[in-house]
Ligand binder design. Structure first.
Ligand SMILES: [Zn+2]
Length: 151
């Protein structure tokens, strides 16, 4: 069971296997990608509403990994749904992939490079805005925290 995030619809991710998603994803889609959602739902995609226990579990894990602030309500529900359905999460979102890894959820990326390959994200200081390739934890210039971002 592949659980699809919004970008899977936008980027026309293709799979012949069973698919699922959460209702909120539909709200994030434009007309064209929304049509793709409706077509997939029409052909059997499972639109899953995760229960509160799974959502709480995901939120707790995301808080531990420091990714909670970067996850939308939809992201949290996608992770919770994947957990409940014992599926594979299809997403290119780094924060979701990171939390999924922690939850032992399988990940499939839409673009071909998966999380197992070289991670090429950047770290930006919340204080002065300087960007670093490696996580300095604290900015060596101003001492503020650094957060991950996609280059
Ligand atoms: Zn700084």
């Amino acid at each position: 069971m592949r659980v699809l995030d919004a970008s899977a619809f936008i980027k026309e991710y293709n799979t012949t296997g069973r698919t699922a998603t959460v209702p909120r994803v539909r709200e994030e889609l434009t007309a064209e990608s929304g049509y793709r959602f409706d077509a997939l739902e029409g052909s059997g995609m499972h639109v899953h509403v995760p229960d509160a226990t799974a959502i709480e579990h995901v939120e707790r894990t995301a808080r531990d990994t420091g990714d909670l602030d970067e996850l939308s309500e939809t992201d949290v529900r996608l992770l919770a749904a994947t957990l409940e359905l014992d599926g594979t999460l299809v997403t290119d979102d780094y924060a979701m992939q990171n939390v999924a890894e922690k939850l032992s959820i399988g990940i499939d990326s839409i673009d071909q490079e998966g999380i197992t390959e070289e991670r090429d994200w950047e770290f930006q200081c919340v204080g002065c805005g300087r960007v670093y390739d490696d996580d300095p934890e604290r900015c060596p210039i101003c001492g503020s925290e650094c957060t991950r971002k996609r280059p």
